[in-house]
Write a protein that binds this ligand. Structure first.
Ligand code: FAD
Length: 366
């Protein structure tokens, strides 16, 4: 029997961040992941600066051996329509490759790594004893479920499933292909019903293309429309390799219990991705760090409240009050308006920025 104080199931950003925050605690911490790292993860690889600062990662140092694409602008529009360019003085986001980033986080986490073995069984140890027995050979006082959307710990604990965001993505080497997408300016194009958006995101010689929707119906048709649009708009002029799909829950849509007697869920396992942008890496990191804090305090009671969804802005509440066809019409017209795209879509929904003075005047005129 291998015995740990904390067993973290899943070595993605949520699990690694939790372990990293526990590295000096004196606790015996292990991360169990079914994959061997480096491994890839279906993801755009866009991160906001708080991911680096909250994990105390020095951007220049990380960039010495890994892809770290600074982002100083966004090109935003509707699929089939025109687009607006929004530019900033300094980097407001970065592009990373998940195969590199997750491996980097995992290796510096300081945890005992149990890689290449899935969680196959989990049970509470008999009454009178504290903790969990996993895979019949592992004992742990606390278990952290950080196994992503299909986290086996979350499944073991139960909870009604809610509708996830469904998304498809592909990341590939550009080689000699001509592509008008600039590394420092990812492109975002919203679906005509505003239930999702596609992205085209260049990181050096690598291009990441994908589309996510809050409505699971007809995802492949929306993806096909988007790829045709990118070609007809001249953004790409080659066939894109097949996309791969995945799902995850937006913040506030999950009914999973995120903390209880001897357990905590973090990241996608807890369903924490941003309602507006789908950003999931920062919530995964932050919830991992918070989970560690709760473990150190030996008190999980404040954890669920700390993960409560942020209040919605007035404009979002107004959007929800409108019925679908009207909402789509209003939103498509708003997407042609520079102040809406800059202040609401990018600054508020994607970057959580309140300081609009960081925008360049030529890209930010109302
Ligand atoms: C197409 C797509 C694009 C996205 N783009 C972005 C983006 O650009 N920016 C952004 O911020 N977010 C993005 N997201 C969301 C983001 O990828 C997730 O929110 C984030 O990866 C969550 O991290 P996590 O650590 O919770 O889970 P994960 O990164 O999914 O890690 C979970 C880990 O658990 C392991 N695991 C699973 N089952 C088991 C098991 N049975 N036993 C042991 N281990 C197991 C897996 O191998 C994996 O390593 C995107 C999501 C999708 C689907």
């Amino acid at each position: 029997m291998d015995s740990y104080d904390v067993l973290i199931v899943g070595g993605g950003p949520a699990g690694s961040s939790c372990a990293w925050a526990l590295r000096h605690s004196g606790l015996r911490v292990a991360i169990l992941d079914k994959q061997v790292f480096p491994r890839d993860k279906i993801c755009g690889g866009w991160i906001t600066p708080a991911v680096l600062s909250n994990l105390e990662i020095d951007a220049a140092d990380y960039a010495r051996h890994h892809v770290l694409q600074p982002i100083t602008g966004f090109r935003v529009g509707a699929i089939g329509g025109a687009a607006l360019d929004i530019q900033y003085r300094d980097p407001v986001s970065y592009g990373i490759r998940r195969c590199e980033f997750d491996n980097y986080l995992l290796r510096r986490s300081g945890a005992q790594l149990l890689l290449g073995s899935a969680l196959t069984s989990l049970q509470r140890v008999p009454e009178g004893l504290e903790g969990w027995a996993a895979n019949e050979g592992i004992r742990a006082r606390v278990i952290v479920g950080a196994g992503g959307h299909f986290c086996p710990v979350a499944r073991f604990l139960g909870g009604k499933e809610s509708s996830p965001v469904v998304a498809q993505e592909v990341e590939f080497q550009l080689d000699a292909c001509h592509c008008r997408v600039q590394g420092n300016t990812p492109e975002l194009y919203f679906c005509s019903d505003m239930k999702g958006y596609g992205w085209c995101f260049r990181k050096g010689d690598v291009l990441n293309i994908g589309l996510g929707r809050a409505d699971p119906l007809h995802l492949p048709a929306h993806v096909a429309d988007f790829l045709n649009f990118l070609k007809s708009a001249g953004r790409i002029c080659f066939d894109v390799p097949p996309l791969r799909g995945h799902a995850y829950l937006l913040h506030g849509t999950s009914t999973r219990s995120v903390a209880g007697d001897g357990y905590l869920l973090a990241g996608d396992a807890a369903g924490l991705a941003s309602l507006q942008s789908g950003e999931g890496i920062l919530p995964a990191v932050d919830s991992g760090l918070l989970a560690a804090k709760s473990i150190l305090a030996r008190d999980f009671s404040a954890y669920p409240a700390a993960l409560a969804p942020p209040p919605q802005s007035l404009i979002m509440r107004m959007g929800q009050a409108l019925q679908p066809p009207l909402a789509g019409f209003v939103a498509r017209n708003l997407l042609k308006t520079r102040w809406f795209v800059r202040d609401v879509v990018i600054n508020e929904w994607f970057l959580h920025l309140c300081d609009h003075s960081r925008c360049l005047p030529n890209g930010g005129n109302r």
